[in-house]
Design a protein around this ligand. Structure first.
Ligand code: PA5
Length: 448
């Protein structure tokens, strides 16, 4: 497996009574087996199953030809590709693109239009030329307010400058195969589109056309991305936590929250390229697991973003001395491709003898080791995922790993990790608010 997962510091042997006692996870083993069996039995149905999202790394393989063809058409059309989508229709794609974009072959520049901000949208439009721009609008439901509104603005801009027909050839849609406004638009106007499999919900969809199409258009090796996901899926076949890393992680995160009061789950990578991966993880964790449970405490530990080493100069103080209510996940890059010796002059050597013959990677490694040691000494449970590089294979594995961990953890809590009723409620209230509120669009409206 590309990833090495070190769980020792989650257990009581390393962090005393703040960690999970090995006997406790053993007693959970029968439930873990049941949870695993429930998912495994469902996965046999592929995309038709409830957990179809966990089959994407395999079930998308036959779709790759169509995705590559569509991506090639997009690449041939534009120098700037605007990806319109929000939440699960954006965060995973952004994370992978951000991690890899410096390594990609020449291709379109990607712009993510996600949050609604008239200032940013205007700035973006001012930087783009319609002749060189293409749009992909991505929404599973096909009707999310932020996405629809910004797509309308961008389409209108293209149509105004290029006319309806030329503008149509610069638009692509990824949405539900049957339902929603976007699907209807694709049909009515003949806009090329790819389907989001109905069983696959937003935050679990990055390995579907939701992520694969824009990433392929940007030049990401999506075949390898899926291969990374498949490798991870392969090592999660076993029903015993000892032989299934996702099951063991789920058990530990669950037990630490419900029995050790670790209500906060900090993810802290020591590699800048994973900065946005943490955003993706936070959404997946929060939206999947933050759920009410009848008659007992609500489910879910609060996911928190941190970055090594910068947060050593910020959050770490609190992590070490404030309430012991956190568990930590570190991500460590074990091999840096581009490293450099620290140049020391004679005078510098006297001041910094410990830097002699050291590289930049030695420094980040020392920072990481130091933080992990301090966190462990302070008896905070922590887990480390070692990655050998930042590439499509590793990212595919990380995505697959956390999707599985999240589903298993949700089932241990006894909640549905695939729905998001409160997010949907927010969407409905925003629409009601728009229906009832009069917008003052001209100064004359407020002048007497
Ligand atoms: O995970 C989810 O379901 C959400 O975060 C959605 O992805 C988000 O609300 C966007 O929804 P849609 O893809 O329908 O536009």
């Amino acid at each position: 497996m590309a990833l090495v997962i070190r769980t020792d510091n989650m257990y009581s042997d390393a962090v005393g009574d703040q960690g999970v006692h090995p006997a406790r996870i053993e007693t959970l083993a029968p439930r873990l087996k049941t949870v695993h069996a429930r998912v495994a039995e469902d996965l046999v149905q592929g995309l038709a199953g409830t957990y179809g999202c966990l089959t994407l790394s395999a079930t998308m393989v036959p779709e790759l030809e169509r995705i590559h063809e569509t991506a090639a058409a997009i690449r041939a059309t534009c120098q700037d590709l605007v990806v319109v989508g929000i939440g699960g229709s954006s965060l995973g794609t952004k994370a992978i693109w951000h991690a890899l974009h410096e390594t990609l072959p020449a291709g379109p520049r990607l712009h993510f239009v996600e949050n609604v901000d008239p200032y940013d949208l205007k700035l973006l439009l001012a930087r783009l030329t319609p002749e060189d721009t293409a749009l992909i609008c991505i929404s599973k439901s096909g009707g999310t307010l932020e996405t629809v509104v910004q797509f309308l603005v961008l389409r209108d801009w293209l149509i105004t400058h290029l006319g309806t027909e030329r503008a149509r050839r610069r638009q692509w849609i990824v949405t539900d195969p049957e339902q929603g406004w976007l699907r209807a638009l694709a049909r009515e106007e003949g806009i090329p589109s790819l389907p989001v499999p109905p069983s696959v919900g937003g935050r679990y969809s990055v390995l579907s056309p939701v992520g694969l199409l824009p990433l392929a258009a940007a030049g990401v090796d999506i075949d390898t991305l899926l291969a990374g996901g498949r490798e991870l899926a392969c090592v999660c076949q076993d029903g015993h936590f000892d032989a299934n890393p996702a099951l063991e992680m789920a058990a530990l995160y669950y037990l630490l929250d419900t029995e050790q009061d670790k209500r906060i789950s900090v993810m802290m990578p020591y590699v800048n390229r994973l900065r946005l991966f943490v955003d993706w993880y936070c959404q997946l964790w929060a939206e999947s697991l933050g759920k009410e449970r009848a008659g007992t405490t609500p489910a879910g530990s609060l996911p928190v973003r941190a970055m090594g080493a910068v947060d050593q100069h910020s959050q770490l103080q609190m992590y070490l001395e404030s309430r012991n209510d956190k568990m930590f996940t570190f991500v460590e890059l074990t091999h840096w491709e581009d490293d450099a010796i620290i140049p020391l002059g004679a005078a510098d050597r006297d001041h910094y003898p410990h830097l002699r013959h050291k590289t930049i990677a030695d420094i980040i490694d020392a920072e990481f080791q130091a933080t992990r040691e301090a966190i462990t000494d302070a008896r905070h449970p922590n887990l480390t995922i070692e990655i050998p590089g930042v590439n499509a294979f590793v990212l595919g594995s990380l995505i697959e790993l956390y999707q599985r961990v999240t589903v298993y953890t949700g089932l241990l809590y006894g909640i549905n990790p695939l729905d998001q009723p409160s997010v949907e409620k927010g969407k409905r209230i925003a629409i009601r608010y728009l229906q009832t509120r009069k917008r003052l669009t001209h100064l004359s409206d407020i002048r007497p």
